[in-house]
Design a protein around this ligand. Structure first.
Ligand code: BGP
Length: 477
């Protein structure tokens, strides 16, 4: 029997992103974003790593974001299902290119603005709080082609205009905001995180950290604007979290694990504490990285820090400095990791580690002393519709039960957590693979990897389980 208690106004719900869900990729004036250029398969990875400089869509290739699950036209039906589960919150993202199709337009696209008005109205009608990510992996293509994306300081201004536009427009409808989804992803998937495509021989580290600086400044400008526009609103950062274990108690391994975690904390240290940490300055010096700043940047970062720490947690990582141990790399992870013999893995090689979730939450709270918001967590798995037309996803229930329990334990440890929006409450396109077969949902969507299917929605077994978890405020798991 658990001893923990979730807070009374805990924001239970789910999280989706525009580019993985909406489809309608050129409808009502929307411009192309980088995700619209990501096909399925191996080429997707090449582009995501910024390896290709030619990313024109090719005839015959399948681009999953183009239709996704057609949420753009079906959101009412989907929101009704979320409401039936008792959702208190839905995390969505706004597609930058629905609002500014080219990213550098002088006036916003009214049809795009109207879509999100309608979406937020629908959520409010069901008593569901929208939690909105301003940028979730979808830089407008024009900004990549014309400016080289976030490597150019001009992106800060374009982003600020976009952020101010939506912060103003939805100020009476949205109370919770987030700036950049998984901001640390910029280091691992530079095209997805920041639209970066590298020239041959380019100093990639220099470019990435300069782009990171631009995003950090842009993020603090959004925080500033948010607080000015609506002093009651809360705006957070968003980290792809997951702690790194040291493989042994050898201090070299422990140091290595600390440094790996700091690659990610670096971003949040700036967004939450308001300054570049000493270890980052040392890293820049040792790697000949020179960040170009403008006079007001440091003051801006210092003054406009985030209100809460949003993070995703799927898996933990492990590291070693022993070349023999390093040979045992796990496949399928965006973050490099060696095999952890104590943990099971998902079909995509992601470790299943609920205790790591509790440790991660404690780590983040110890470090930042700000409310945490778990804005992604879940199990990507292959689901089968059985002969009775049902999906018995007990493995998913098992994963979520253990993770929600671990979150309860973290709360009992004294960690302040304001909400939990599990990833992909309805099946959507996978970000890393572009596949439909990697499913996270409580609601099944009839669509396959090649884009075939009726798009019909079907409640899985986990639908009823999550409903009861929410109803009991996390007591009945
Ligand atoms: C995070 C992203 C999401 C997402 C999730 C699951 O990195 O913020 O956009 O999709 O991971 O990843 P995947 O879809 O690759 O399984």
């Amino acid at each position: 029997m658990s001893t923990y208690q979730f807070p009374g106004h805990f924001l239970w719900g789910g999280a989706i992103a525009a580019n993985q869900t909406e489809g309608a990729y050129l409808e009502d004036g929307k411009g192309l974003t980088l995700v619209d250029l990501l096909p399925t398969g191996k080429k997707r990875w090449d582009v995501m790593l910024g390896k290709l400089d030619q990313f024109t869509p090719l005839e015959g290739e399948f681009y999953p974001s183009h239709e996704a699950i057609d949420f753009y036209h079906r959101y009412k039906e989907d929101i009704a299902l979320f409401a039936e589960m008792g959702f208190k919150a839905l995390r969505v993202s706004i597609a930058w290119a629905r609002i500014f199709p080219n990213g550098d337009d002088l006036v916003p696209n009214e049809a795009g603005l109207q879509f999100y008005d309608d979406l937020f109205n629908e959520l409010r009608k069901h008593g569901i709080e929208p939690v909105v990510t301003i940028a979730h992996f979808d830089v407008p293509v024009n900004l990549i082609e014309k400016y080289g994306s976030w490597r150019d300081r001009k992106l800060v201004g374009f982003f600020e205009t976009y952020a101010k536009t939506i912060l103003k427009r939805y100020k009476d409808k949205v109370k919770y905001w987030m700036t950049f989804n998984e901001i640390n992803m910029l280091l691992h998937l530079p095209f997805v995180g920041a639209g970066l495509v590298f020239e041959d021989g380019e100093d990639q580290k220099q470019t990435k950290y300069q782009a990171a600086h631009h995003q950090l400044v842009a993020s603090s400008l959004a925080v500033k604007a948010c607080h000015e526009i609506n002093p009651d609103a809360k705006i957070g950062c968003m980290l792809a979290a997951g702690m790194t274990y040291s493989y042994t108690c050898n201090p070299n391994d422990v140091m290595d694990a600390m440094e790996k975690d700091r690659e990610s904390f670096f971003f949040i240290d700036v967004q939450s504490r308001g300054a570049y940490p000493g270890y980052a300055k040392r890293f820049f010096k040792e790697n000949n990285i020179a960040i170009k700043m403008e006079a007001e940047d440091e003051a801006l970062l210092k003054t406009h820090t985030v209100d809460y720490i949003g993070f995703s947690y799927y898996a933990s990582r492990a590291t070693s400095t022993d070349p023999e141990v390093l040979k045992n790399q796990t496949a399928g992870n965006v973050f490099g990791s060696i095999e952890n013999p104590y943990l099971e893995k998902s079909e995509w090689g992601w470790t299943i580690d609920p205790k790591g979730f509790r440790i991660t939450a404690n780590q983040l709270y110890d470090r930042y002393q700000k409310p945490l918001f778990v804005v992604e967590n879940g199990l990507g798995a292959i689901d089968e519709v059985n002969a009775e037309g049902e999906v018995s996803d007990d493995y998913r229930i098992e994963y979520l039960r253990k993770h929600i329990d671990a979150m309860g334990e973290a709360i009992e440890d004294g960690v302040e957590i304001i909400g939990y929006t599990s990833w992909g409450p309805i099946d959507i396109v996978s970000a890393s693979t572009g596949e439909m077969k990697k499913r996270y949902g409580y609601i099944y969507v009839d669509k396959d990897n090649e884009g075939n299917g009726s798009l019909k929605r079907l409640k899985k077994k986990s639908f009823h389980w999550y409903k009861q978890a929410i109803e009991s405020n996390g007591q009945n798991l």
